[in-house]
Ligand binder design. Structure first.
Ligand code: FEO
Ligand code: CA
Ligand code: CA
Ligand code: CA
Length: 596
């Protein structure tokens, strides 16, 4: 009867057993086929991947490193033929290049970079646009696809919106303040309703080294964003990444980037109207009134949840009319109150504290220092906002908050209720009047993550959730055509929990709400990215990021180095091949909708 039907989970599949080993695992009855690996050819003239003989030129024609966001832009409305768009967030030198790792007193040392290595790294960043096709139930890459394209840390881009041409984004190399090269650390992302690819620039601070000139006005701005943080050595070989030589270059990163995939020669646009911070993702939905609403996370401890509402309306029948929608609109930052209300505070020059007295001469200044604007407005300091997904089926919004072990007892609030929050939580927002463009809404915590069998953790999964079904550290997520939520995780340490990251299916409706089931898990050392359910729900694309990466405390799985004692050689399992981050296509054996 109906009542019984309502109690059931929206997901029908046999749960994977949580655990850890060298391979990936998917629920039984499904295939999980590797579709694209780091180094795979994307063009008819791409050189074959040769890990011992890499070059920047070859890499620029091959699939990049550390696949993160995965999006799909259908061709002629098909779920079996379209463009796959994939972010390449960052590079792991110790896993990419042979012979550069030494273990000294139990610690990994990576040899200093030379220019060639840096240039390969730069070519391995960015994104991929590639035509794919399902033939006899299996996905294939169309190598001669006319729209195939690699975007790298060197691709010419244009700054658009209020910050374009401002003095604070002018450099010696670009006195116009509009012409930028490249994008990097593109984490989650989005595809717009008009079929463009949206890349977000997350931890861009790690590419800048050197010291700002003493008289620089950017010191406070850069400090708030953790610039410099020399994770990479690009500044040694490229002046623009050296703050002493090009003090304004870092103001040209930290934006949302929009790419017109229909023209492989198009210049990607950095949309400064959408704010500058450590952008995690940019998932969007069309509001009742036709405006397009983007939900944006700033992934740092104690940073904010944002949304952007376009001024103009989406034109479903006129793609060209949408191409600059992202240059005009209002950016809001979220304030969550203890009564379950959320207020979206407009980040507009001249309103409230966003004025000259606080150092903001214009909207350009406000956008360059979006975080400081959020501080002054009193936005709620969150536990690392990651992917945020609007759900067109139930009208709600799902906010992944991955963790925040630095939150102290006296810093907890209703929306971030756990001190030393190691496992994160998920907030569900219901905008007023079911209108995504509303400036107020209600919120509740959907799920406090972590192991429910450990009382101290305070997890809130339903009691139907098995020992395999709980997870920690929600990161990327997806909502499918039926409005079901799939959550990918980042950071399940095998030492702590004996389990890897994966994809969990989380019930959000009816009595099964907060029941979670493990659908797919990654090989050791990897983080789970993507995920994406195609419109026909017959394929789920997932991105296995940094497989085989270890850290020093992952006892029993070997050292994360290229030729010695690797924890896994996924996905090729060949002695002459390193681990390779890859996109995996999941389909049901014999076809049909996934999890139904
Ligand atoms: Fe790139 Fe916030 O994970
Ligand atoms: Ca991630
Ligand atoms: Ca997503
Ligand atoms: Ca993460």
């Amino acid at each position: 009867d109906d009542a019984r039907a309502e109690e059931k989970s929206a997901f029908v599949f046999e749960e994977v057993e949580a655990g850890i080993d060298q391979k990936h695992h998917v629920a039984s009855g499904y295939d999980a086929d590797v579709l694209l690996r780091w180094g795979d050819a994307l063009f008819p003239d791409s050189p074959e991947f040769d890990p011992k003989n890499q070059s920047p030129e070859a890499q620029a024609k091959q699939f990049g490193y550390n696949n993160d966001y995965v999006g799909f832009i259908p061709i002629d409305g098909s779920s079996e033929h379209g463009l796959l768009v994939v972010n390449h967030e960052y590079t792991n030198e110790h896993l990419m290049f042979p012979g550069i790792v030494k273990v000294v007193e139990g610690k990994i040392e990576v040899a200093p970079a030379d220019q060639k290595r840096v240039d390969i790294e730069m070519a391995a960043h960015g994104g991929t646009i590639v035509e794919i096709k399902k033939v006899d139930g299996k996905w294939q890459v169309v190598k001669d696809g006319k729209l195939n394209r690699r975007i790298t840390a060197n691709t010419e881009m244009q700054l658009t919106g209020p910050v374009a041409g401002h003095d604070r984004v002018k450099t010696n190399a670009d006195p116009s303040g509009t012409k930028v090269f490249g994008t990097m650390n593109n984490c989650a992302g989005g595809v717009t309703p008009w079929g463009t690819y949206v890349m977000s620039e997350e931890n861009f601070n790690g590419y800048f080294s050197g010291e700002l000139p003493k008289d620089s006005k950017e010191a406070e701005n850069y400090k708030r964003l953790g610039i410099p943080e020399t994770a990479y050595e690009w500044g040694k070989f490229h002046d623009r990444f050296d703050l002493a030589k090009e003090p304004n270059e870092a103001n040209r990163f930290g934006w949302i980037v929009e790419v017109d995939v229909n023209d492989p020669a198009s210049v990607p646009k950095k949309r400064t109207t959408m704010g500058r911070f450590k952008h995690e993702g940019a998932e969007s939905i069309v509001a009742k009134g036709g405006q397009v609403v983007f939900y944006l996370g700033d992934d740092s401890r104690f940073d904010y949840v944002y949304k952007f509402v376009t001024s103009g309306k989406f034109s479903p029948d006129d793609r060209a009319a949408n191409m600059d929608l992202l240059n005009d609109g209002t950016l809001y930052v979220a304030k969550f109150d203890a009564e379950g209300g959320v207020e979206w505070l407009p980040i507009v020059h001249g309103s409230g504290p966003l004025n000259a007295e606080n150092g903001f001469a214009s909207q350009a200044d406000v956008l360059i220092e979006t975080r400081r604007a959020g501080d002054l407005l009193g936005a709620t300091k969150m536990d690392r906002p990651e992917d945020i997904q609007p759900n067109s089926v139930n009208g709600k919004v799902y906010v992944m908050l991955t963790n925040n072990t630095k939150r102290k007892d006296d810093q907890i609030d209703a929306a971030n209720p756990r001190a030393k929050n190691a496992f994160g939580h998920i907030i569900e927002i219901t905008e007023d009047g079911g209108d995504f463009a509303a400036t107020k809404g209600k919120w509740e915590i959907l799920l406090k993550c972590g192991d429910p069998s450990v009382a101290d953790v305070g997890a809130s999964f339903s009691t139907d959730t098995t020992k395999n079904g709980w997870f920690g550290m929600p990161d990327n997520c997806a909502v499918d055509a039926d409005g079901r939520l799939w959550v990918a995780t980042d950071g399940n340490s095998p030492k702590e929990t004996g389990r890897t990251d994966g994809i969990w299916a989380v019930d959000i409706a009816g009595p099964a709400r907060t029941t979670s089931k493990l659908f797919f898990r990654v090989p050791v050392g990897a983080e789970m990215c993507g995920p994406l359910m195609l419109p026909d729900m017959a394929t789920m694309m997932v991105a296995v990021q940094h497989p085989g990466d270890g850290g020093e405390d992952w006892e029993g799985f070997g050292r994360p180095s290229y030729y010695e004692d690797l924890s896994t050689r996924w996905p090729d399992f060949r002695d002459d091949m390193p681990v390779r981050p890859s996109v995996v296509a999941i389909t049901k054996k014999g076809g049909g909708k996934i999890g139904v």
